[in-house]
Design a protein around this ligand. Structure first.
Ligand code: PMP
Length: 375
């Protein structure tokens, strides 16, 4: 099989599998227990927390483990709104956020917050001035993702957060770094973010674990209450196996972020070369986007039909405009890709393990699919 859907999920690396296995066999204690078995589980979790925090340039006690980035995003948005949203009622966001941010914003909107969604301009790019213009003294939170999961577009997070903090030092900044983490450098000081959401399964960890970085001094009220694990911000016995897998994946990938970026950039270059040679294929991703995600439109052929054709050749990609189970998210429309072009969008998402031969096989299957399928 040729797996080109790494923005949806990645294959767990052997180190992550091994770490999870150890925490399910030899080291299965509850980290809150006061005996040795509990302490050993706690130590394993501490190690993972330190590895992930180190990769961000953060202190370990500023990292909260969650069940995934969906929960991290919910916790960030709801927790900040609850802590600081009594008087300041505006939230500013990019209009291309993942559903776990966007749906949460809609819910907060229903609860009386004013949500301002900033769109890219006609050239498909975001500008710091537009975020600045959307913020006012009533603004409690600004949220914008780092890399868009559908197109690979890199949002100017650092520039926007710096500009905002200069004018409104009390606005809390949050960034969903799921598609950037371990692919581009993600450092707290460089981004100027107060909160950062991460997910384990997008970086060769295991599904069901994520993290939220919270800058020291920023108050996040809990969404899940109970036994006061994770400094009371996220109650519930931590999933030690998944956390250890997350840590092991970060330990493996952290030293090679730049090297892998270069490698995937050359894969993207090769992919584009092959795609430009196919009649009717449009590239929807910007040239300076993350090389890990390439969104294309396949000559007006409906995404699901091409998806099925490619699947019959054991090649797995995503339909480019789907956020979940084939529902259109509207994000491509925000980037000016609409109508037939959006309906025929495919997302190819790579990893550093992707080979040139796989890319070539995908391109030739796509060419044949375009020639052969109706629709
Ligand atoms: N944010 C982005 C940008 C994503 O791509 C995803 C995964 N599709 C999520 C959040 C949700 O992550 P998780 O699956 O860990 O809940």
């Amino acid at each position: 099989m040729i797996y080109l859907d790494n923005a949806a999920t990645t294959k767990p690396c052997p180190e992550a599998v091994q770490a999870a296995l150890e925490a399910m066999t030899d080291n299965f204690g509850n980290p809150s227990s006061l005996h040795r078995a509990g302490l050993n589980a706690q130590l394993a979790m501490d190690k993972a927390r330190k590895s992930i925090a180190d990769s961000l340039g953060a202190a370990p006690d500023n990292l909260i483990f969650t069940s995934g980035a969906t929960e991290s995003n919910n916790l960030a948005l709801r927790g900040i709104s609850a802590a600081y949203g009594k008087r300041r009622r505006r939230i500013v966001a990019s209009a291309v956020e993942h559903a776990s941010v966007d749906e949460t914003l809609s819910d907060l909107e229903n609860k009386g917050f004013e949500v301002v969604r900033v769109s890219p301009r006609g050239d498909g790019r975001f500008y710091a001035e537009d975020f600045l213009a959307a913020c006012n003294d009533d603004t409690v939170l600004l949220t914008m993702m780092y890399v868009n999961n559908e197109t690979g577009y890199i949002l100017p997070v650092k520039e926007v957060f710096t500009a905002i903090k200069r004018c409104y030092k009390d606005i809390i900044t949050h960034t969903d770094c799921v598609q950037a983490y371990m692919k581009l450098p993600v450092k707290i000081n460089q981004l100027g973010a107060d909160l950062i959401s991460l997910s384990g399964h997008k970086i060769h960890g295991v599904k069901g674990v994520g993290a939220l970085y919270i800058r020291k001094g920023v108050r996040v009220l809990p969404v899940v209450t109970g036994g006061k694990q994770e400094t009371g911000i996220r109650s519930g016995t931590e999933s030690v196996p998944l956390i250890c897998a997350f840590g092991a994946a970060v330990e493996k990938l952290s030293p090679t972020v730049n090297e892998r970026y270069e490698r995937v950039t050359s894969l993207k270059t090769r992919l584009l070369e092959l795609l430009f040679a196919i009649d009717g294929v449009d590239v929807n991703s910007p040239a300076d986007g993350s090389p890990y995600v390439v969104n294309i439109s396949a000559a007006g052929k409906r995404s699901e039909i091409m998806l099925n054709y490619l699947e019959s050749r054991e090649i797995y990609v995503s339909s480019g405009s789907a956020c979940s189970k084939g529902q259109q998210s509207g994000v491509l429309g925000q980037f000016g890709i609409a109508g037939k072009r959006a309906d025929s969008a495919l997302r190819i998402s790579m990893t550093s393990e992707t080979t040139e031969a796989e890319i070539e096989e995908f391109a030739s299957a796509l060419r044949e699919g375009i020639a052969n399928v109706r629709g």
